[in-house]
Design a protein around this ligand. Structure first.
Ligand SMILES: Nc1ncnc2c1ncn2[C@@H]1O[C@H](COP(=O)(O)OP(=O)(O)OP(=O)(O)O)[C@@H](O)[C@H]1O
Ligand SMILES: O=C(O)C1=C[C@@H](O)[C@@H](O)[C@H](O)C1
Ligand SMILES: [Mg+2]
Length: 194
């Protein structure tokens, strides 16, 4: 039987989405993961910025709700079979975005509070502009149940270089896709890489 070239998505794996708190390493791990797996990479924060300008200006001039809608539009355009997509930290707050993630392999990228402190010094993220690490802690804790509900696996970036973490996530993704493709049971949602 020959493959039908008009339905390429039939042979491509589901999109891989990276979610998680601000500065956890979604973009860094995602970019590396895409290289390892030879897949296309999209960073939705970058797409929003490219189309609508800097994120702090969107928050300031139009408010968070408008940003969430613009972000959702970029997630919807990016979550395609065969793609690796790093979402913004708060993208999962949007119900329509959460619904899209039901068809993706979802990697929760995490970081400890002590490791994140150095990463959010002089931060450009509008939600951390005032409160620094304590704002990060509060926002991460508020969102944690949503992240956990959506994730198939968690990868923590606090202790090891991105390259190592991305290699392990890549191996996990290939194994997961193999199981799904063969109708085998997948690992439970508390799988962890760190
Ligand atoms: N394992 C790691 N070791 C050291 N630094 C790291 C590690 N992972 C990420 N970083 C650094 O942390 C910073 C934030 O990473 P990154 O931008 O990938 O996070 P993010 O989750 O995409 O954040 P955002 O909320 O902006 O989308 C970057 O400067 C990155 O180089
Ligand atoms: O966690 C958040 O709410 C955000 C995270 C960043 O990735 C950006 O999407 C923006 O700064 C908002
Ligand atoms: Mg990012």
């Amino acid at each position: 039987m020959t493959a039908d070239p008009s339905t390429p998505s039939a042979v491509l794996p589901p999109p891989v989405a990276l979610i998680g708190p601000m500065a956890a390493g979604k973009s860094s791990v995602g970019r590396r993961l895409a290289k390892i797996l030879s897949r296309d990479f999209v960073d939705t924060d970058r797409r929003v910025t490219a189309e609508h300008g800097p994120i702090p200006a969107i928050f300031e001039q139009q408010g968070e709700a408008v940003f969430r809608q613009l972000e959702h539009e970029q997630v919807a355009k990016s979550l395609l079979p065969g793609h690796i997509v790093a979402l913004g930290g708060g993208a999962v707050l949007n119900e329509a975005t959460r619904a899209l993630l039901a068809d993706a392999t979802v990697v929760l990228v995490t970081v400890t509070e002590s490791a994140v402190a150095a990463r959010i010094d002089n931060d450009r993220r509008p939600l951390l502009a005032e409160g620094g690490v304590s704002a990060w802690r509060r926002i991460a804790a508020d969102r944690e149940p949503i992240y956990r509900q959506l994730a198939h696996v968690e990868a923590d970036t606090s202790r090891r270089p991105i390259a190592h973490i991305a290699e392990e996530v890549a191996a996990w993704v290939l194994e997961h896709e193999h199981r799904v493709a063969h109708g085998e049971p997948t690992a439970d949602r508390s799988s962890r890489i760190d």
